[in-house]
Design a protein around this ligand. Sequence first.
Ligand code: FAD
Length: 439
Amino acid sequence: MEKYDVLIIGSGPAGLFAAMELERRGLKRIGIIDRETYPAGGLLNDGKLNFHRRIGIDTAELGLDDTRADALIGEVKEILTAVPGCRQVTFPGTDMILAWERIAWERNVDFIAPEQWHWGTDNGRRVVDHLRNRLKSTAFLLGREVHSIQIGPDSIILECGREKDSCPLECSVLLAAPGRKGAYWFRSEARRIDIDTAFGPIDVGIRVELNRKFFDTLTDTVYDPKFLIRTNRHRDRVRTFCTNPGGRVRFEHYGEFKIMNGDALAGQKTSNTNFALLNTIRLTEPFSDTTMFGQMIAKQFHLLGDGAPIVQRVGDFREGKRSRKETFLSERHHFHVCEPSCTAVPGDITLGMPARIVDNLWESLKTLDKIVPGILHPSTLLYAPEIKFFDTNYPTDEQLETNIGHIFVAGDGAGKSRGIVGAAVTGILAARGMLAKHF
Ligand SMILES: Cc1cc2nc3c(=O)[nH]c(=O)nc-3n(C[C@H](O)[C@H](O)[C@H](O)COP(=O)(O)OP(=O)(O)OC[C@H]3O[C@@H](n4cnc5c(N)ncnc54)[C@H](O)[C@@H]3O)c2cc1C
């Protein structure tokens, strides 16, 4: 059986940055396992980078004070901004940004405009090749899916591959960084081997797409503007996330359903801008399973859209009408002003979403329209659902070791990060934890 000091499940930013840190500190027998045949995880997606301690990680949960958080983000920044095709798109602290902050503040909205860089989905492979080439001794064990984790007396054994050509791998320390798509597989394994898990909040909302001319005044200054809103009616938290000027709306595939997302290319722009508008939901008692809650919403849309997400024009939404194929591009309704970049099914988003979430999203859109007039043009498209499945928490120590010694977690799939930079930060933290505790 092949034996490693550290095995890492997942070749996304969390896994790659962990391996880089382990190699840099002289560890030799490291393996990265991925079920895909190309080691990338979410690095092939868009590559918008937010360098700010309030974005992508929870510093309190990770036990990081501002100085340590900034230092870690700085280390990630040095590596990521050196990748080919990555360019700075937001320069914080300008007069224009201060003006936007002021306009948002007048509406009781918090506005964050951190330093941002972008490489674009079309540069993704160059970026991944560059990062992979930084790793000299790490073994890439690709095209292998980990099915189960067994804890032996002195080591951890991973069963990989299909049943008949299953190949066990052995390690002293394991890092699980399986991303959002591997999150539920890992959670069931974690529960089977008694790793503690808990339900965290879940983000549920919509992807908004509009003619970019309404948003360019803002995104020309801040590529990915972050608005944080506390709604008046329910006092819930809503935020904008992942803005893509000149970008495309895309489906994210989850087997039983599809959810919305968005990206942008560096070399080719559309006439639209899209962003996510997300409502953070926490459940307490009698039902706290935010995973099932999110999945039920996604499945409801899957049912209503006959296998596809739903899209509704703001003009129809305002009148309480579903959108229809026949009028979807109607000039009379001014719908032609925004041509969709994604083919979802015209319908009624309020049928699939709880009323409280719809209230929160609509109130937030009205607030945003006062800050950036034009968002609520009748042609604006509301795609649903967009859901961020980072809802399982793993109580760990600050080195990211779980209650089962020698098993560490990092990245989005373990609820430790949200985004590329945050995932990379947690990968480094876990690597340092392993070195401090076990080697
Ligand atoms: C369309 C889209 C656009 C995005 N745009 C951005 C953006 O602009 N900026 C940003 O910061 N973030 C963006 N994200 C989110 C970003 O991709 C993630 O936050 C990030 O990749 C998380 O990193 P990770 O290392 O935790 O997991 P991932 O990058 O998801 O990597 C996990 C890896 O684990 C592997 N894996 C899972 N389970 C197993 C198993 N059982 N066996 C073997 N391998 C397994 C998967 O194949 C995957 O390669 C976007 C996401 C999408 C879908």
